[in-house]
Design a protein around this ligand. Structure first.
Ligand SMILES: [Zn+2]
Length: 405
């Protein structure tokens, strides 16, 4: 259903008078040109990405003129929680990551507790220094001290988009449980002699910190673009298909692709890590929200040559979640399942790197969106641990049995 301009203006007026801070609006997008206009604007996206049909945007204080300047039909959906309210929940000690979101310092502190308690299983390396001079870490969890071509390497990244807090949170659950299983489950002790899991707790620490200190809805990194705007969308900056549909050349856009492919130090660090590994078998990039399990391509609508394998592995992950919690996660290639997206991690890890490559959108389906309540942290972690174990065994068996080179 479309709203006529008058109705939309009336709705805007009513909400403007009621608006105390942040609001969610639905914008109706009919054409690619209109989609690009939304992508290029400075409004935050409540939806993960601009798509034809309805796209929800975040309108902050004093941003209504930007919404009007789009000249697209739109309607007010709801007030959003005060974007400053999360400051109340910042706590001084390391809380239990299964029940609370952790800030960056406490997140890394927790990983360090795991590493120092398990020095034979966990090691770490700094893969990059962010624009804001923060270390970007990768933690390696394995029952095999050194990687070789006999060890299948699996790479997991959290937090490439800053505001998607459930992503790094879920990765912590994987780290904790992998360590526990290696020590207590002979099947895992054996498997993890042939597998190393690299977990990047947060690929975008500057952005993550910024969501705790300044803007809960921040998505990009914190590059100074030199024109008063900040940030590159790290998940539009990869070399495969860089510059194409579903990204923007406008520096103020939430999907700004950066000045050139792989321009960002955070991404260069991940690239250097991956290129140093002899055998990159699998990759998952965790996002929120929408409950999706997706694979290449993002940048083009054609099916990737290994679509059947991805569909098999992704389908088993979907079933693992449904069997465990009854939650529905849809699956399919990115481009045709949700939207075109170019310059993504998932396309680059598939080609040229040759990994089974997925991107997972965690809970929920839109009720809370990026602000997933803390009482849904553990259920999200648990159901995705089921899916991750399925992925781990499928990819390890596939790679070590020599099916895919
Ligand atoms: Zn995301």
């Amino acid at each position: 259903m479309r709203f006529f301009v008058l109705a939309a203006l009336a709705a805007s007026f009513v909400s403007a008078t009621a608006q105390s801070g942040w609001s969610r609006y639905r914008v109706y997008v009919d054409t690619d040109e209109q989609a690009q206009r939304v992508a290029d604007c400075g409004l935050g996206l409540f939806s993960e990405q601009v798509s034809l049909g309805a796209t929800d945007v975040i309108v902050g204080p004093n941003q209504l003129p930007e919404l009007w300047a789009l000249r697209l039909d739109h309607k007010f959906i709801s007030e959003l929680p005060d974007a400053d309210a999360w400051r109340d929940v910042v706590r001084p000690q390391i809380d239990d990551y299964r029940y609370f979101y952790l800030d960056y310092a406490n997140m890394i502190a927790q990983y360090e507790l795991w590493r120092t308690a398990n020095p034979s299983l966990v090691s770490r390396q700094q893969i990059a220094t962010s624009w804001g001079n923060r270390a970007v870490w990768a933690y390696r969890i394995s029952n095999q001290k050194t990687s070789s071509s006999q060890v299948a390497n699996i790479v997991i990244i959290g937090g490439i988009h800053a505001r998607e807090w459930i992503s790094p949170s879920t990765c912590m659950y994987f780290a904790d449980n992998l360590i526990d299983r290696i020590k207590n489950d002979p099947a895992y002790a054996n498997l993890m002699r042939r597998v190393a899991v690299y977990i990047v707790p947060s690929l975008n620490p500057d952005g993550y910190v910024y969501t705790w200190t300044n803007d809960r809805y921040w998505r990009k990194n914190r590059r100074n673009n030199g024109n008063g705007t900040r940030g590159v969308d790290l998940n539009r900056n990869y070399a495969t298909g860089w510059g194409g549909a579903g990204s923007s050349g406008n520096t103020s856009s939430e999907t700004y692709r950066g000045p050139s492919a792989m321009s960002e130090p955070e991404n260069q660090g991940l690239r250097n890590l991956v290129q140093s590994l002899p055998n990159v078998a699998g990759f998952i990039d965790y996002h929120s929200y929408s409950q999706l399990i997706m694979w290449p391509w993002g940048y083009q609508s054609a099916l990737c040559p290994d679509d059947a394998v991805h569909r098999f592995i992704g389908g088993r992950m979907r079933s693992a979640i449904f069997d465990y919690s009854g939650m529905v996660y849809e699956d399919g290639p990115i481009n045709t399942t949700i939207y075109p997206a170019s310059g993504t991690t998932v396309d680059w890890f598939y080609s040229p790197m040759g990994a089974i490559s997925l991107t997972v959108e965690l809970r929920d389906t839109g009720q809370y969106g990026f602000l997933l309540p803390e009482n849904q942290i553990l259920p999200t972690q648990q159901e995705n641990w089921q899916a991750f174990q399925s992925f781990l065994f499928d990819v390890a068996v596939r790679r070590t049995s020599g099916v895919r080179k």
